[in-house]
Design a binder for this molecule. Structure first.
Ligand code: SF4
Length: 172
């Protein structure tokens, strides 16, 4: 079965920085969950950060690739450097995708870990800029396609393509 890595907060886990969840009411996600297709994962908690925790943003709104290459840090509002946890969480998310065979992920949009199209600009003012979070960037670099929770129809189309590809390989 094609598995899907999913931000744990979208599935109701209270793992966000503020101690809450961002539970998705999407019917497809619920159906995939009932099939046992989903692999829930929270990179920030697995990376070693507590719940609750201070918010964090990538400095300069630089995006996850810059954090992976050491060109940008992830900071809290008081300037604490939490880059280590974001890198550890990203590596563990990739390991979870690899070990479960997931080639697709549905992650919370806008997060400095999970964002796939946008992240905050590093000023803690609520402004978003185009870019990926640290985990989303590492997954994409390693061939795992990432979609935000507002792009589940696109994720479903990609899942169908992966399922057809796998079936084609089996019949060869
Ligand atoms: Fe949700 Fe990802 Fe933030 Fe964890 S790191 S709370 S999974 S958005």
């Amino acid at each position: 079965m094609e598995r899907i890595l999913v931000s744990a907060c979208l599935l109701g886990s209270r793992v966000r920085f503020d101690g809450g969840a961002k539970t998705s009411g999407d019917e497809l996600l619920a159906a995939w969950r009932a099939e046992g297709r989903l692999v829930p994962f929270c990179p920030e908690v697995e990376g070693g950060l507590p719940v609750p925790r201070p918010p964090a943003e990538i400095e300069g709104g630089a995006g996850g690739a810059a954090v992976l290459s050491g060109e940008a840090r992830v900071l809290t509002p008081d300037g604490s450097d939490v880059t280590w946890a974001f890198l550890s969480g990203a590596r563990q998310a990739l390991a979870a995708a690899t070990s479960s065979g997931a080639r697709l992920a549905i992650l919370k949009e806008g997060s400095p870990s999970c964002g796939s199209l946008r992240v905050h600009d590093g000023t803690f003012s609520g402004r978003a800029v185009p870019g990926r979070g640290v985990t989303a960037a590492l997954l994409e670099l390693n061939g795992v396609r990432v979609f935000g929770e507002d792009r589940i129809a696109e994720a479903a189309a990609h899942l169908d393509a992966l399922v057809r590809e796998r079936a084609g390989r089996r019949s060869r």
